[in-house]
Ligand binder design. Structure first.
Ligand code: ADP
Ligand code: ZN
Ligand code: ZN
Length: 826
């Protein structure tokens, strides 16, 4: 595609500032550079420019104007912007947001930009030069400047009839003046080639064809199954989706194609992530609580924060959907942030069913091309709904009418590393303020931060509540099983007698259930029965976990920290004994025990091992929703937003791993996770049942979860936080140090600890906890130490100076990172 270059304005406004500050796209360059704006260019912040940098021409982003050159710079040495490559890559106050993030998270602006903008943005638009041979009269070159003459010669003698400006500039230093001369004389044309793919992208779709009964009877059982699945999906699926959902192979499909049962054909696709087509759906009649919440939302059109506190299954999503419709009608767009892409297939389907093609998905798992195209698409300003994970908060939607953070309590909104260590919720608040639009924070178990904010009386904060499930369905009763009692009764299975009974009942009734396992990275390990040797990662201070994804797959040992993988050894590496035993209660162990004791129950494993590839979340959930299996067995991922009416049983295999974590918000997280898991049951006609197994039934979190008593739990928790100055009352900042050299990093940590101690004691602004080694000292061969700073109030303390002093004393071999408002202390 060819885009005309912006035409120089006739009247140059005299007030136009002469300089522009830009970020150049050059590895390692982290600061702003000042360039002069040539008269003929009308540069605006947000434009992507081409500028001379050293001996190169590089891409750059215009950030802001300057009326005078920086004092330390000789004005005659300031170079001029070469050209505008693309205009307006972000809305006007977008920069303020990025600067706010850079500032609050103590991160160079360039690193924030790397998170915010799609990768490769700067290199993708190319300026090209083409000669106009018919306009060049013989002998004309003698009127040209020497530099223009050289450019002309290059273009005339080359093999191609057009060249990229970068190429010309590489061949001829200072070529841009010459190019401009040629263009002014109409001897050459300069045009932008935008990075559209030359060929439309084709994707294979499978379409069902009517099959004659004679052919049908000849098909194998497996082939018939594939056809049935295809029919169930409206007779059409992307080939990749069909292969996954039907668990079949390309040859099977080809055979079916040969029999004339279906055709496979290439279809053009826009590079945006598309769901399987969904049936359209209209607005539901709201319950009284939903409609009250909706009314309150619709009254707001300016910046405010609303907590939508609705128990699991109370219909929060329906409220979002109905709040969005009028905003799209006003030609504005909506941003929906969700914690993880694992729960988006179901959620995006619901949005697509309501808003069709106006729904876009944006997250880091998209391909570069998809992200880039979606980004450009957003800039058109067409009213739309963008659903994405935390980085989508940086989507450049020009007219934002509403931001929604669904499951706002979820810690996946927080980036632990690399910098900026931002929290999607914090940035969402700033963005809502800048755009002057409302922000809805939705959750069944709000974070303590949000709860504290929204229970205070404040004109810009509102509390909306959905205290009941839709259709007045009861919350599923939670039964607590004391695992100590099971041992006494001689039951050594990981399933209590009650849970076994429920699983048996599942088998009889054909209903569905979910088993939740809280797995920490090193909860499973392999050890030798003869000598006790535990197989560890050679690069980290953790034991390796046993992995066996499916029948026939090789048995592997994997490190959850660095990804190191090795074959399961036949004999003990230490003593040679063949008696290796696998310990732990991960998902695999549960699957094995199920297979042994309940062979008729089909189970699907749903965890990070089985959902590694793009699209597998959807495929596994689809298979479960279609009743292919009766049990879904998994970790954390199960807690998030699954809405399956046929699930009547939820079993929490062991809650203790969650209860015994040691950081300041362990209680909050345990309450949230357990409540969310429990909330997957009883969403259909069957009221459902939750079995929670634990060794500490008297634990206050377990007690509160059982009573569904959020408010009481939170108030008790807040009291403790307040007493100890922990968030949301105080603030935390974590300094992380790591190095391949264990002694060096320890010494550095000690030195920095002392510096901070002294400074904190003098200013009284913060307390220093540590230095301490990280829970797992060594990861990927790097030794890790931490220093935690605790601030007694939420007021922001400027630490730039202190951090700079730390950087100054930090040896090159030690890596220093700062995590503001840390949630992960591992
Ligand atoms: P939450 O997000 O609060 O857990 P959901 O939005 O997933 O709850 O709603 C739970 C189920 O109830 C969904 O299947 C949804 O379609 C259905 N639902 C929501 N609101 C209504 C309503 N007003 N009438 C009927 N069904 C509803
Ligand atoms: Zn051994
Ligand atoms: Zn490792």
């Amino acid at each position: 595609m060819i885009v005309a270059q912006p035409i120089a304005p006739y009247h140059l406004t005299p007030t136009r500032p002469p300089y522009v500050e830009v970020l150049v796209d050059c590895p390692g360059s982290e600061k702003l550079f000042t360039y002069a704006i040539p008269e003929e260019l009308e540069v605006e912040p947000g434009d992507i420019l081409s500028v001379p940098f050293g001996s190169q021409q590089v891409g750059a982003i215009a950030i802001g104007f300057r009326s005078s050159p920086p004092p330390d710079l000789d004005p005659t040495r300031i170079k001029a912007v070469d050209d505008i490559i693309t205009r307006g890559f972000f809305p006007p106050h977008y920069w303020q947001l990025l600067e706010q993030v850079a500032d609050y998270y103590y991160t160079p602006l360039m690193q924030v930009i790397r998170v915010a903008l799609p990768p490769g943005l700067l290199q993708r638009s190319q300026r090209r030069i083409r000669l106009n041979p018919e306009a060049i009269t013989p002998g004309a070159e003698q009127f040209l400047s020497p530099i223009a003459r050289r450019v002309l010669a290059l273009l005339q003698n080359g093999k191609s009839d057009h060249y990229s400006a970068t190429y010309v500039q590489q061949k001829i230093p200072g070529a841009s003046r010459g190019i401009r001369d040629l263009v002014q004389r109409n001897y050459a044309q300069s045009y932008l080639e935008t990075p559209r793919p030359a060929q439309p992208k084709l994707k294979q779709a499978v379409i069902l064809i009517d099959v004659s009964p004679i052919v049908y009877t000849e098909l194998t059982k497996r082939q018939k199954e594939v056809l049935i699945i295809l029919r169930r999906h409206g007779g059409e699926l992307w080939l990749t989706d069909l292969l996954q959902i039907a668990r079949t192979t390309r040859p099977t499909i080809s055979n079916l194609e040969r029999c004339g049962c279906l055709v496979v054909e290439g279809r053009e696709v826009l590079r945006r992530e598309r769901g399987v087509s969904v049936a359209a759906d209209g607005a539901k009649d709201l319950t009284p609580a939903q409609s009250q919440a909706l009314q309150q939302i619709l009254q707001q059109s300016n910046y405010c924060e609303m907590l939508l506190h609705g128990v699991t299954g109370s219909g929060k999503t329906e409220v979002y959907l109905q709040a969005i419709a009028p905003i799209l009608a006003q030609q504005k767009s909506v941003l929906i942030l969700v914690p993880e892409i694992g729960l988006t297939p179901q959620l995006t389907d619901r949005f697509r069913a309501r808003f069709g093609d106006r729904v876009f998905v944006y997250h880091s798992a998209l391909s570069e091309g998809e992200r880039f195209d979606t980004w450009r698409q957003m800039l058109t300003g067409e009213p739309q709904v963008v659903i994405g994970t935390r980085s989508a908060i940086f989507c450049p939607l020009p007219r934002l009418g509403l931001i929604v953070l669904d499951e706002e309590h979820d810690s996946s909104f927080k980036q632990d590393r690399p910098a900026p260590t931002y929290h999607g919720r914090t940035v969402a608040k700033w963005r809502a303020k800048l755009e002057d639009c409302p922000l809805i924070l939705g959750s069944a178990t709000p974070s303590l931060d949000t709860w504290l904010d929204c229970r205070q009386i404040h004109p810009q904060r509102h509390y909306l509540s959905l205290p009941e499930r839709v259709q007045a369905r009861p919350m599923p009763p939670i039964e607590i099983i004391d695992l100590r009692g099971e041992l006494q009764r001689g039951n050594r299975s990981i399933f209590s007698l009650t849970l076994q009974q429920e699983l048996r009942r599942l088998q009889e009734t054909g209903k569905q259930g979910i088993l939740f396992i809280h797995r920490r990275g090193h909860s499973s390990f392999v050890s030798c029965r003869s000598c006790g040797y535990v197989i560890e990662c050679p690069h980290c201070d953790v034991s390796l976990s046993y992995h066996h994804t499916h029948e026939g797959a090789s048995q592997l040992l994997r490190c959850h920290y660095c990804g190191y993988t090795r074959q399961h050894p036949r004999t003990c590496p230490e003593c040679g004994s063949p008696y290796l035993k696998f310990f732990g209660s991960g998902t695999q162990r549960v699957m094995q025990e199920l297979a042994r004791n309940f062979p008729e129950l089909n189970a699907i494993r749903f965890d990070s091992d089985t959902t590694r590839n793009k699209g597998t979340h959807r495929a596994l959930l689809t298979r479960f929703a279609q009743g292919e299996a009766q049990l879904l067995v998994g970790t954390q991922m199960l807690t998030k937003g699954l809405d399956l009416p046929s699930v009547s049983l939820v079993g929490i295999v062991a809650a203790d791993g969650l209860l015994n974590l040691s950081d300041y918000w362990a209680g909050e997280r345990a309450f949230q996770t357990l409540t969310q898991v429990a909330g997957r049951a009883g969403r259909g006609d069957d009221p459902g049942r939750v079995i929670l197994q634990t060794y500490t039934p008297e634990h206050p979190v377990v007690q509160a979860v059982q009573r569904y008593d959020y408010a009481e739990f939170v108030e008790a928790e807040l009291e403790q936080r307040e007493a100890l100055d922990y968030p949301p009352y105080g603030r935390l900042l974590l300094v992380r140090l790591s190095s391949l050299d264990g002694e060096l990093v320890e010494a550095t940590a000690m030195q920095m600890g002392e510096m901070l101690q002294e400074d904190g004691a003098r200013s009284g602004e913060y307390e220093v906890l540590g230095p301490v080694p990280a829970t797992v000292l060594r990861v990927s061969d790097r030794y890790r130490w931490q220093i935690l700073l605790k601030f007694p109030s939420q007021d922001r303390v400027e630490l730039q100076g202190q951090l700079q002093r730390l950087r100054d004393v930090c040896p090159p071999k030690v890596r220093l990172a700062v995590d503001v408002d840390p949630l992960n202390f591992g």
